[in-house]
Design a protein around this ligand. Structure first.
Ligand code: PEP
Length: 250
């Protein structure tokens, strides 16, 4: 049985004061809900304050990236050991990292290995561009992203992996992917490679999220799909509307 999972990706939004205000407003309502794992992946500057606020909470804290080394001369990066001081989750391979900061399938794999070797829960993002989608390349692109991301990742570490299917054209655009289509892509481009790499028993335990313009008003349609176990939420996680999404998953 895969427990529903909802993660908020705050991207590069919120000062510490704004972060604390939002947590104060929504935490009590989220705490009332059961049967869902909820996480905030916040900017580095908010980690300390958000972790402090949520220290006795069932809501988890994470980052939006993590480096493959535990320390070193890597200006602007964060190591898995540093993430662990505040939380246990890290988003890896978000399309904004891939398109604006040169993240590749290979660097996603290195970051994933480091995250898992340091006992973090990794939220691995995959997804196709509009051009790839329109040219019938979705399955090929995502299958390749999956196979490279999971190179040298042993079966035993999959329990700490969550995968997010995020079509790039749906992120922040309001053009959410049709839930049936998202389910089909997850089934054939994410679960199928997982089964090929790890076998059915392990693959069926991995949680797969949908991300891309999820809102309070459409979340339920995704969560009703058999292969979708939750959502990675950008814009709507910055507002009290996030509660509605967690409620739909619960
Ligand atoms: C995201 O940032 O991962 C995302 C899905 O954003 P949005 O919900 O705003 O589309």
């Amino acid at each position: 049985m895969r427990k529903p999972f909802v993660a908020g990706n705050w991207k590069m939004y919120k000062t510490v004061r704004e972060a604390v205000e939002l947590i104060d407003e929504i935490q009590p309502k989220i705490e009332e809900l059961s049967g869902v794992e909820t996480v905030f992946c916040v900017p580095f500057t908010c980690l300390s304050a958000v972790a402090e606020k949520l220290k006795n909470s069932k809501i988890g804290v994470g980052t939006q990236n993590v480096h493959w080394e535990t320390q070193g001369a890597f200006t602007g990066e964060i190591s898995p050991l540093m993430v662990k001081e505040f939380g246990k989750y890290a988003i890896i391979g978000h399309s904004e990292r891939r398109s604006f900061f040169g993240e590749t399938d290979e660097s996603v794999n290195m970051r994933l290995q480091a995250a898992l070797n340091n006992d973090l829960v990794a939220i691995v993002c995959v997804g196709e561009s509009l051009d790839q989608n329109e040219n019938g390349k979705t399955e090929e692109v995502i299958t390749r992203q999956m196979k490279i991301a999971f190179t040298n990742i042993p079966k035993s570490q999959l329990k700490n992996v969550v995968i997010a299917y995020e079509p790039i054209w749906a992120i922040g655009t309001g053009l959410a992917c049709d839930p049936l289509k998202a389910n089909e892509i997850i089934k054939y481009s994410i679960r199928k490679p997982l089964i090929e790499m790890y076998g059915e028993d392990v693959a069926k335990e991995v949680r797969v999220l949908y991300g891309g313009s999820v809102k309070g008003s459409n979340a339920k349609e995704y969560f009703l799909q058999p292969d979708i176990d939750g959502a990675l939420v950008g814009g709507a996680s910055l507002k009290p509307e996030f509660i509605e999404i967690v409620r739909a998953a619960a």
